[in-house]
Design a protein around this ligand. Structure first.
Ligand code: CTP
Length: 416
């Protein structure tokens, strides 16, 4: 790659034709208003790396919201954030984020920045790492020109994650998590000075709100190999900032690897459940409170606790199907999948599999109406009899309609 590289042919090769067409429209609309626009952020990094990624970010030296409205097929396709002068345009199955090129100042660590319009060079300088601070001109006179004043390509060649200035993590400590995530995703190394800054500024993570921290965790959970990020984060003392008892060790790596199959990407909540699997019930609650997990995430974490609590029962070769049913009924599928990856016992795994594939669908042959006709009164009795019949069927004690009726009639006779 030479220094005055033009990436026009790479853009044409890497981006889907409809995206390229949209960029051409954006370019013409911007030119008509004497604004300049640039492709920035992760897509530029990925194009230079010869990877593909279509989450496009455009930086506009002009009114980003105005440009978004000009290029969108319909006003309904535009979502606007006036505070930051940014807009998202839906386009086919893709989306494009537009932001006014800006300078940023941070009033206090961890706070969102104060922004003011600035040229593309300033806009690149405010970014996290050199590899994310390149831009490609989408302007008619130099379409495809790569702007790389901060050494992004050199760092890509050398496989380095490097901050742009020493106050980067003080301005925004979430970048510490981003550094580890990119390092592990790309198989790069955090450059030594940046590593020292992580060590120096790690405590700044305390200035970050729970929602922003959780966002970073969510991003990690969506990585192809989140366990690599957890392992490195543990080495750097970062996992402990979420909860002191979390571990990013071999156990976690193996459990996460088990969750993957060649054809399926696990739901991120499965990785979350595995990360938290070895926390005690009260530690899980502390973790839930500290990162303010969503309802669905909280449910998976609590359900995995329920399964851990029943681990012995599930691992027992004598466990009756009805008791496995009682232990697992109503729990989230992601917690069950995580349990199969986390539990050492083959019997437990088999019991969970059988619950998922057969037992959870079993119910009594007699319906509530049938029971009422036989004389069972509506209410708790009816519920109890339905569940009892299901359990007897699950355990193979009874298997026909006639046997169920006999059981019900005997029960009614014996009832005080
Ligand atoms: N950025 C930053 N500091 C942050 C977050 C983002 O400087 N704390 C900048 C980076 O230049 C980044 C761009 O904003 O490239 C877009 O951010 P984001 O969409 O989060 O990341 P991508 O680089 O697109 O990476 P990914 O592949 O993870 O989506």
């Amino acid at each position: 790659m030479d220094d005055n590289e033009n990436l026009a042919s790479r853009l044409a090769e890497k981006l889907p034709a409809e995206i390229l067409a949209l960029l051409r429209v954006a370019s013409a609309e911007a030119a008509a208003r004497a604004w300049r626009i640039y492709l920035v952020g992760g897509t530029v990094r990925d194009i230079v790396l010869d990877r593909t990624g279509f989450d496009l970010d455009l930086s506009v030296e002009g009114d980003a919201i105005g440009l978004a409205n000009a290029i969108a097929a319909s006003p309904n396709d535009v979502t606007v954030h006036h505070r930051f002068n940014t807009a998202r345009v839906k386009w086919g199955g893709h989306h494009i984020d537009l932001a006014r090129s800006r300078e940023e100042t941070y009033t206090r660590p961890g706070a969102l920045p104060t922004v003011r319009p600035g040229h593309i060079e300033k806009d690149l300088f405010r970014r996290d790492f050199t590899i994310n601070a390149m831009a490609v001109s989408l302007n008619l006179n130099d379409w495809g020109r790569l702007i790389d004043e901060l050494g992004g390509r050199k760092d890509i060649r050398q496989g380095l994650i490097r901050v742009i200035h020493p106050k980067s993590f003080v301005d925004d400590a979430t970048r510490i998590w981003r550094a580890v995530r990119y390092e592990q995703r790309l198989g790069f190394c955090i450059e030594p000075e940046t590593l020292k800054l992580i060590d120096r500024d790690r405590q700044m993570l305390r200035t970050i709100t729970a929602d922003r921290l959780r966002y970073e965790l969510d991003c990690i959970l969506r990585e192809a190999f989140p366990e690599k990020v957890f392992r490195r984060a543990d080495d750097l003392g970062l996992l402990a900032t979420w909860h002191p008892s979390l571990k990013g060790d071999t156990w976690l790596s193996e459990a996460c690897a088990k969750a993957r199959s060649p054809t399926e990407t696990p739901h991120p909540d499965i990785y979350l459940a595995l990360l938290a699997w070895r926390l005690t019930a009260s530690q899980k609650e502390e973790f839930i409170a500290s990162l303010r997990f969503t309802k669905a995430q909280t449910r998976v974490l609590r359900d995995s606790e329920t399964i851990s609590r029943n681990a012995e029962k599930l691992a027992s070769p004598q466990a009756k199907p009805s008791s496995v049913f009682a232990a697992l009924h109503g729990l989230s599928g992601d917690a069950l999948t995580a349990a199969k990856c986390a539990m050492g016992s083959d019997t437990a795994r088999l019991n969970i599999d059988r619950f998922e594939n057969e037992w959870r669908r079993i119910s009594s042959i007699l319906t509530g109406e049938d029971l009422k006709r036989l004389g069972v009164s509506q209410g708790p009795d009816l519920k109890w009899v339905l569940e009892k019949l299901r359990d007897l069927r699950l355990d193979g004690v009874i298997s026909s309609r006639g046997q169920e009726e006999t059981f019900v009639l005997d029960w009614l006779n014996c009832k005080p």
